[in-house]
Design a binder for this molecule. Sequence first.
Ligand SMILES: *Cc1c(COP(=O)(O)O)cnc(C)c1O
Length: 417
Amino acid sequence: MEKRPFVTLEQVKEIAKTYPTPFHLYDERGIRENARRVMKAFSWNPGFKEYFAVKATPNPVILQILKEEGCGVDCATDVELMMAKACGFAGREIMFSSNVTPAKDFQYARQIDATINLDDISHIDFLQQVASVPETVSCRFNPGGLFTISNTIMDKPADAKYGFTRQQLTEGFVKLQKLGVKHFGLHSFLASNTVTNEYYPTLARLLFQTAVELHQETGAHISFINLSGGVGVAYRPDQEPVDILQVGEGVRRAYEEVLVPAGMGDVAIFTEMGRFMLAPYGCLVAQVLHMKHTYKDYVGLDACAANLMRPAMYGAYHHITVLGKENAPCCHKYDVTGGLCENNDKFAIDRMLPQIERGDYLVIHDTGAHGFSMGYNYNGKLRSAELLLREDGSVQLIRRAETPQDYFATLDVTGLF
Ligand SMILES: *Cc1c(COP(=O)(O)O)cnc(C)c1O
């Protein structure tokens, strides 16, 4: 499928008069329409809630939009919890799915009554010692082995650091019951960026069967099952996007077949999607600073891996559109690079694009999740602004760009300049 940006050259030229490139731009309309599709897909489950993974796009204005659409938040640190609280999320609207958790983070999670999702059996005693054990606790399951969907290996849970083993779940539930826990959640995250409608239904069936066993073994009341994140997006133009309505229907079928016959038809379904909620509805807009022709042809941008780490870190594909040249033939092969002193600072390698000149504006697609948030300050590169394209077409600054003062803020440089 052809990938079209949600902004035009004219819009970007206008925006750049006020906010110079590079910047991350988010599409409010796209975010809201997608969130509504998610709600519709799971509307068959009265307790359904999507807890947006804050780490994907930790911006209060974005979180507020998702809150208006009925989402909660999933946090992994006390700082993410602080942002959630500041945005008006409270108690049951906050999931705390952390790992290698410091005492202060558990203490803060208990203070604001976030729902705690334990990553390890040893955290039961730790939570009891450093804070207290609430009436509702969730446990993260790691089934080990390989995770396959119709004979395709999706990932290898046995190599993942997360979660309880199956045996530890039973022991953990018994122990938690002794500590006064009355309601349980079960959570698992088995594969990342899965571009298939079968991921959630397959995971759901596994978790539902495990929940039935745990209920039969321990008598525990299981109040929710959290399918976590991992639903992917079509970063490449030739990929078929996930159909979330089909996904919801697949989970419903597993629910009817496994939970309902076991008398567990009151279980709420939770999700913690980050990527699926935001990635397609954000882009990184950059301008071409230099063209370089040596052994290869290079397009040098004012953005770099410090603004978007995924290509450098995982070799991830991000589609690129040259604004104003949407219909021009892609007959030139380029490496599209940033200016870090690191040769992996390339947004694309050997990418076929229209002929590019200095001053052209490029849109790097699908950066709305795990984009800005993975940014860093290597080489003294400063984090960019984040902008929101509102439904009425106006543009709102939702995070200002960093200045050199921000970079120096943690140092005592008085008198050095
Ligand atoms: C990262 C993460 C998510 C979100 O993952 P996506 O791939 O963005 O959907 C959800 N839950 C937990 C515990 C995570 O660590």
